[in-house]
Design a protein around this ligand. Structure first.
Ligand code: FES
Length: 93
C-alpha cells in the first residue's frame, strides 16, 4: 500500500506485509488499522459519505480512527504501528 494512494482517497483498504489493513489519511493525519471487524472478523469497507468503516456482515460501524459507532462489535479496530519507506507503508512490530 502506498502513502500517496491513501492521501488521495481518505480511506483505503488493502494489504501490508500480508495483513489486511484499513488506512485513513487526511490533513496530515495518518491512521492504519487492522481491517478485521472485532465482532466476527469480516473486513470493513470505507464509507466516503459518513467517513466510517462499515462492516458488511452484521452492520457494525467504526469511526475513521477505529472507534465503535454502532455494534454488534464492542471493541475498536486494532491500530497498527507503521512507517513510511519511500512511498510504501510498512508495518512496525
Ligand atoms: S463481523 Fe463485523 S459486524 Fe459481525
Amino acid at each position: 500500500m502506498k502513502l500517496s494512494d491513501v492521501q488521495q482517497s481518505e480511506g483505503l483498504t488493502g494489504e501490508i506485509d500480508g495483513r489486511e489493513v484499513a488506512a485513513f489519511g487526511r490533513d496530515g493525519q495518518m491512521i492504519v488499522l487492522e481491517n478485521v471487524c472485532t465482532h466476527r472478523g469480516c473486513q470493513t469497507i470505507w464509507n466516503p459519505d459518513e467517513k466510517t468503516w462499515d462492516c458488511p456482515c452484521h452492520g457494525s460501524r467504526f469511526s475513521a480512527d477505529g472507534q465503535v459507532i454502532q455494534g454488534p462489535a464492542r471493541a475498536p479496530l486494532k491500530p497498527l504501528r507503521f512507517e513510511v519507506v519511500d512511498d510504501d507503508l510498512k508495518l512496525v512490530e
